[in-house]
Design a protein around this ligand. Sequence first.
Ligand code: GLA
Length: 413
Amino acid sequence: MGGVSCGHNAQVVKRPPRHTPARTAPAVIADDMARRFAARFGGPARVYRAPGRVNLIGEHTDYNDGFVMPMAIDASTWVAIALRDDRRLVVHSETVGETFEAVLDGTTLSPRRHWSDYVVGVAVELIDDGAELPGANMLVWSEVPRGAGLSSSAALEVSVGFALLDSVGRPIDRVALARLCQRAENVFVGARVGIMDQFIACHGVADAAVWLDCRSLDFRTLHLPTDVRVIICNTMVKHAIAAGEYNTRRAECEAAAAAIARSTPGVHALRDVTPDDLDRVGPLLSPVLFRRARHVVTENRRVLQAAEALDRLDVVGFGALMSNSHASLRDDFAVSCRELDVMVEIASALPGVYGARMTGGGFGGCTVNLVATTAIDTFLSTIAERYAKATGIQPDLYISTAADAVQRVVPVA
Ligand code: GLA
């Protein structure tokens, strides 16, 4: 998007990262969105944003009813919207430079394996949920890098869902909205994702990470000490197997839980399996299912320990848990890849780095690093250079603060 430079809100650091660009105020972006909307569609619009996320720890645990600790990042997907009198949905993406149209008559809507599926899927779920949706004109634009494992899709779903509900004047229940957007992705898009990404887009809190129990949806905020920062390193690769392998991992977890449940009362998901259960029933599982289960069981424990570590401001302990999480995702869950491992290895050897791990679904995307504020400059300059030397790829680096959840943003002007 022209008037607002992509990524400034997320403090995208270009190589060499000598200067972190100034953050663009949300009200300024909203103003730009409203102007662009007026130029394309005519008339005023309301503007909304929903954040992407980085997960500090608790990977591939959400769909096992387990625990996660994401934080909303200060890069958002933006939607400018005005309702129409007919039932046409006209959506223009400034990010990809495409427009599409759909008619909300409930019969002709089917997935196209296209970014628009995230928008139409949400509209379909809202209609199924009883919302009387008229048509709408929408302009969307995202600061969240696509395919980087920072949850650009959930940010799009949640911003569109929130914008439509608010525009038609329906009360918004944030838990229900998160579930609805997850359903849109499970059913319409066909990715069997858990609730983490949609939940944090609906419940993120500025300056805090969120601990979430994905079964009860109980959550609490956790503050990082002020002398550390979260730095996200984008490997710039996304291996094509990611989507298929994600659904395979989920099926493997369900198969492991079902096998364990046969001899262990009270097991409904891997969340219910203790390390002792695993020792006992491990020999009954195939080696692959055993390793998948072991990742989930140990990762859930790590999330609980990580929350305790943050409560006592123990960043060293927290960082060690992040490193163990990465090893488990690499060795037991097999969702890492060479580029992620290289990035984590380089980061882990740098001074002032408490912990480093892959974040998100895996097979590429980003790593998350907990770095002492005093070590940030060295970190930024060294990691880009060493990663490029090892892989031939220039990474993007983002220093991110924790951001608020989805909201309407009133333009400055
Ligand atoms: C993706 C999914 C989430 C979660 C993570 C892995 O981001 O959308 O639901 O399963 O992968 O932790």
